[in-house]
Design a protein around this ligand. Structure first.
Ligand code: HEM
Length: 417
């Protein structure tokens, strides 16, 4: 288990009643680090549907399914613009002439209507058709990674499969050279371990990501190929042709939104399967059940926690929030809410109306959900087809991490050879 230091408890603001205070540190909660979804189930059962935690700077945590649904759709009250656009534009305009562009992960940091202008062109790029064309090459990459560890009778799954697979898929999809996978993995590692509040460091990392893509981005403008960078150059944003700055913004968005998420989803999915030999046997015998299994995995082990800042006074599930308050959308607790999912702790392939919100809901709903689903399903298929029954290595229990993408640091799997 990782030991992290709890963040200091902030004083409770006057508008927060005692009954709504509940201690939960998204990064260092001991229960979360010991077994994330056991703690999240405990929150879903025992915490108020919306509570205020003194940790992580002090802020609201939205736990119930209904409250997450309502807050995610009300972007006028629950804003994604942590730095207001006017302030951001003024800051960018104040940079000296010729200073390197600071890429922004747009549109995830914008509210409608500005958000819509930048999201709409991306929909085409992530259509189910574009993504299903990638399926066989994703399966090939997954197969190579699994075959490489198979003769060893075990592996540290995160570094050998869960991390390299989405990085290689990302490079391939964007048309970036696979030889640079090591460089991208290094940036991803740094990005994941960086502190939340290190804004300058975040800007430098975003610039490094953009710099690592720039040669290929420019080459695709001159010589379009069958890849996403070339497609992005063909887009129009609000009637204007795409610029290099737009390309860099989209590039860092996809890097941030698509790598860390898939990797941790893969870890959580395989941890679930490794502890459930009966489910492995069932899915090996009936691979057609894999799409349902991966959907139920997304619900049972939902793992992302988007942030919002309150822009207007509002009451949500009995909690009065004021402008400037921070709110975490605790989607993993929402998907374990028993008023929405009967017996939520069960991993149930026959669940009716599995309307989980692992990919969010409302205008920011994940644009990469088709791709993520294909990556997860392919991983199930290839792991089950290529390996005999696998299990957790009792000598090295998994190490978990909290944060906005809850997940796994290290996980040793073993199998018989
Ligand atoms: C299992 C893996 C994934 C999960 C659980 C996930 C989850 C989410 C969630 C919850 C949001 C909403 C964020 C918010 O409301 O602020 C989101 C947004 C987004 N995701 Fe994913 N994601 C995954 C994989 C991906 C992949 C593979 C990509 C693309 C390469 C991607 C691209 C995006 C983009 C572009 C947005 C922003 C959409 C917008 O702001 O309009 N995601 N994702």
């Amino acid at each position: 288990m990782t030991h992290a230091i709890l963040s200091p408890a902030m004083p409770k603001p006057a508008h927060v009643p005692d009954a709504l205070v509940y201690d939960f540190d998204l990064h260092a909660d001991p229960g979360l680090l010991a077994d994330p979804h056991a703690r999240l189930l405990d929150i879903a059962r025992n915490a108020p549907p919306v509570f205020w935690s003194p940790r992580n700077g002090g802020g609201w945590v939205i736990a119930s399914h209904a409250a997450n649904y309502a807050a995610s759709r009300d972007t006028e009250t629950f804003s994604s613009e942590f730095v207001p656009q006017a302030q951001m534009k003024a800051m960018l305009a104040s940079l000296p002439a010729g200073a390197p562009h600071i890429p922004q992960p747009i549109p995830i940091t914008l509210d409608p209507p500005e958000h819509t202008k930048y999201r709409q062109p991306l929909q085409k790029v992530f259509s189910p058709k574009t993504i299903s064309n990638l399926r066989s090459s994703i399966a090939e990459l997954a197969g190579e990674l699994i075959d490489a560890v198979k003769p060893n009778g075990g592996c540290e799954f995160m570094s050998t499969v869960a991390e390299p697979l989405p990085v290689q898929v990302f490079l391939k999809m964007l048309g970036l050279p696979l030889e640079r996978a090591g460089e991208y993995r290094a940036i991803l590692k740094e990005h994941m371990s960086a502190m939340d509040n290190d804004r300058e460091g975040a800007m430098r990392r975003l610039q490094r990501i953009a710099a690592a893509m720039r040669d290929t981005v420019l080459a695709r403008k001159e010589n379009p190929q069958d890849d996403i960078l070339s497609m992005l150059w063909q887009l129009e944003i609000d009637g204007q042709p795409t610029t290099l700055a737009d390309m860099e913004n989209y590039g860092v968005l996809l890097f941030i939104a698509g790598l860390d998420t898939v990797m941790n989803g893969m870890g959580l999915a395989m941890r679930g399967l490794a502890g459930d030999p009966a489910m492995q046997a069932k899915l090996r015998a009936e691979p057609r059940l894999i799409p349902e299994a991966s959907e139920e995995m997304l619900r049972r082990y939902t793992f992302t926690v988007p942030m919002r800042i309150v822009h207007k006074e509002v009451e949500l599930a009995g909690a009065r929030m004021l402008p400037g308050d921070w709110a975490k959308l605790l989607l993993p607790a929402a998907d374990l809410d028993s008023s929405e999912f009967p017996v939520p702790e069960d991993y149930d392939l026959n669940r009716e109306n599995n309307v989980h919100i692992a990919f969010g809901v409302g205008p920011h709903r994940c644009l990469g959900s088709h791709l993520a689903r294909v990556e997860l399903q392919v991983l199930y298929e290839e792991m089950l087809a290529r390996l005999p029954e696998f299990r957790l290595d009792p000598a090295h229990p998994p190490v978990f991490h909290g944060g906005h993408v809850i997940g796994i640091e290290r996980m040793n799997l073993i199998w018989d050879i």
